[in-house]
Ligand binder design. Structure first.
Ligand SMILES: CCCCCCCC(=O)SCCNC(=O)CCNC(=O)[C@H](O)C(C)(C)COP(=O)(O)OP(=O)(O)OC[C@H]1O[C@@H](n2cnc3c(N)ncnc32)[C@H](O)[C@@H]1OP(=O)(O)O
Length: 200
């Protein structure tokens, strides 16, 4: 599980806000993973559904506009968003990035391996964030191709790499890879295009 202290680099939130928010997201992720493991009786599920609904109702008191939402903060690297996969960046240059990631039980497809859609979502987020920082801000994914080379285990620290291969006008071409030791799990190739006003 991610350490709350590892986030908020380059983000807009204070350390206290980030720690508290990531703490809440971490508890939510634990709930998602636990849901994947259990087989409770109906009355228990009904009782717990009410408890979960109460949490959502309480949080709705704090709804804000898009630019003010903590889950959108760029410094959080997936850790501040309930659905994105949290990852850690360990080395960052102008054109390359090295990091690590561990898929949780909530990202599992079957047989202890990560869901292919979760892997694609990770690449979109990692490569998109990398492009926005080191390539061109305000870019969108035009295409994202993923090759699943080997199974991707869950609950295991994996190596994550990304590089900007070239920039042509508004276009940034990037590649990424996910590896378990020497075994390449998946590779990605993507194009991000910088949007022009008044494009949304
Ligand atoms: C910080 C946030 C981190 C999270 C990152 C998450 C990123 C995302 O998930 S974004 C959501 C998913 N993506 C989208 O919704 C994008 C939807 N598509 C669009 O908005 C537009 O099609 C967009 C912006 C990609 C391109 O449209 P537009 O601005 O009209 O560009 P357009 O003039 O057609 O093309 C520009 C260039 O890109 C090329 N291009 C565009 N799409 C493609 C494509 N799919 N394949 C290859 N080349 C393409 C064009 O050929 C053109 O090349 P050139 O300049 O050499 O002639």
């Amino acid at each position: 599980m991610s350490s709350p202290g590892a986030v908020c680099e380059e983000g807009q939130l204070s350390a206290a806000q980030a720690d508290a928010f990531v703490g809440m997201i971490t508890a939510f992720r634990d709930l998602q993973s636990t849901l994947c493991l259990v087989a409770p009786p109906p009355e228990t599920m009904t009782e717990l559904t009410g408890a979960i609904e109460n949490v959502a109702t309480r949080l709705k008191e704090f709804e804000v506009g898009e630019g003010e939402r903590f889950a959108r903060d760029l410094g959080m690297r997936g850790q501040g968003h309930p659905v994105l996969i949290p990852y850690r960046v360990t080395e960052l240059s102008e054109t390359s990035m090295l990091g690590s990631v561990s898929f949780g039980l909530a990202n599992m497809g079957g047989d202890g391996t990560a869901h292919g859609g979760a892997i694609t979502m990770l690449f979109d987020d990692v490569l998109g964030t990398f492009v926005s920082r080191r390539g061109q801000p305000d870019s969108r994914t035009a295409f994202l191709k993923v090759d699943y080379r080997n199974i991707t285990p869950v609950n295991r620290e994996l190596r994550l790499t990304a590089s900007i291969d070239r920039i042509e006008g508004r276009k940034t071409f990037v590649t990424g890879a996910l590896a378990d030791g020497d075994v390449v799990c998946a590779e990605a190739e993507a194009l991000f295009v910088r949007v022009l006003p008044p494009q949304p």
